[in-house]
Write a new protein. Sequence first.
Length: 473
Amino acid sequence: MPPGTAGRPARARSEPIDELARDWDACVAAAVHPDEIAALLESDGLSDERIRERYGVKDSFALAERLYERVPRRHPEPDGPPPEPWRIGLAGCLLRGLLFALPGFAYVLGAPLLAGPPGATGLPAGTRTLLAGALCGWAWNQGLAHRAYSWLGLGDRSAARRCLLLGTPGGMLFGTLVALAVSGTGHPAALAFAAGQSCYLGASGVLLVMGRERVLLAALSPMTAGAVMASVHPVPAPVRLLLLLASLTAVCVLGLLEVAPALTNPFSHTRVESAACAGPVSPRPLASLPYAVFGLAGGVLVEYAALGDALAGGGHGVTAAVALTLSMGPAEWLLYRFRGGGLAALRAGGTARAFRRATVRTLAGCLGCYLAALLVLVLVVTVAWPATQPPAGARLAGLLALGVVLWTGLLLQSFGAVLGATAVCCAAALAQTLALATHAGRPPTVALAVCGTAALAQTALVCVTLGRATAHR
């Protein structure tokens, strides 16, 4: 063996692969996905060892990708319109976006509990307590929701309920303890509010994962009505507290009823047999950790978008946070549209290059639609809440860049490519934290620089990762 070649991967031998591509032209051209070609190779008796010896690639999947790239697609045309498995109603997604934003009315009703002199960070102690509890709740519930959705994806609704039954109380306790660590015992009202916030995040997460959006909307109606009333007429403190407790109790009871069937056997271990492997399949707990970290980093970036000036000693605004939260409805719908566009590109694209171009066009269209929706929501929030200041200049550009970061991060998550999205968002959150801690520039300028860089990096990551047909499984 020549020096320096040890450990070097074998170079694929083009001539045998080209000959195989000519022999299998009809089958390869009709394949929608390289996995179909891999199945054909295996059914023809080509083992991985023979493939390595004859074609110089590691296994049947690698050889299938080479064949897929060499042979243009010539799919047989279906008799009727092609199926669209990724079609979803826009109304349902908009409802979820509304449900993400409605809990903000709780802060309108509970504002007296958060009052107090600003601390060294420019925020009252009650606000700092709630922010810390909310961040922990977002992280915990993001990871828990991923694990529950994994069970639902395996078709085991009972296991998803057991997962939520066991995990939700831990998230409630975790958020409350973090709030206690931040506030101490000197702010009992704020601590009680933070504990209620943690309970709401856990119980509402159960209802959202299990598809009970309309039930959650009904449970939030007392709080919503009270907040609207408080915005036009003073509401006594006991009435505010009663309305908050009514909605919180309703959400918690409904969440408990949703997982109640799992109470009959809460500690049983569900084993799902897979036809593709010999043993049982179950979601690995550590697989949900990157999703939890992504939720934490995304929450930090959203809070900086809303409170960057206040953290630096300036004003206090909420337009960015409300608009971003509402935009999660259109964002979810556009994730499905991207999936549908990818499927259409697989059907129509004759070559790997054509598929990449189609994917980039679909990405540009979805991103453009999302940014347009975010801009409209900023205007709507400004008109509906005249006390807020609309973002402009660097602040508006930073908000749009943050929207790109969040949407592309969710897109990568939906394809299982969560590690790259988590790394980019964590780096952005850390950079913005260090910049604010050292007073390196004005908050809007810092946010624009950080989020703009993260948006470019993550968009490039989407193009590279999702521009391959094998990513669309």
